[in-house]
Every structure is written in structure tokens, then in C-alpha cells.
Design a protein around this ligand. Structure first.
Ligand SMILES: [Zn+2]
Length: 79
């Protein structure tokens, strides 16, 4: 038996990026999504956003995105 990576999980970084998400949310990735980019694309369809904060990318679930009223914008859909 050989192990293999079955996918990539994206978790919400919380409304501030410092605290855990109150909902402990994670993107529900589709079976076909194996990379961070693919999973984030799934997340966008579910209302997730990604923004830069503190020199890294913060993933925000829909509820945390709504909580941040400071200009977080959904990423544009893929062409
Ligand atoms: Zn969240």
C-alpha cells in the first residue's frame, strides 16, 4: 500500500486572522480539487474570500467575510 495525498484543505483563518474561526469552518472541497488553488476556487463558489494579511494569505469563510466590513472582496471568478 502506498500513501498519497488526497487533497488540500483550506480552513478559515477567522475574522482577524489572529483568532480561530468561531465556526471552525473549512472549505468543502470537491473530489476533483487537489491543490490549494483548486480548493480556493471551490471556496469562492461557496462565498469564501482570500485576502492578504500580515504577509500571508488569509482565508475567510462566508460568515467571517461578512463580519469584516473593511473592504474584503470576493476574488473574481475564473475566466
Ligand atoms: Zn470563519
Amino acid at each position: 500500500m502506498s500513501a498519497y495525498v488526497i487533497g488540500y484543505e483550506v480552513y478559515c483563518d477567522g475574522p482577524t486572522g489572529q483568532d480561530d474561526c468561531p465556526e471552525s469552518a473549512a472549505v468543502r472541497a470537491s473530489v476533483a480539487s487537489r491543490t490549494a488553488r483548486q480548493v480556493r476556487a471551490d471556496g469562492r463558489e461557496q462565498g469564501w474570500t482570500a485576502r492578504h494579511g500580515g504577509g500571508r494569505l488569509l482565508d475567510l469563510c462566508p460568515s467571517c467575510t461578512a463580519e469584516r466590513q473593511d473592504g474584503a472582496q470576493p476574488s473574481p471568478p475564473p475566466a
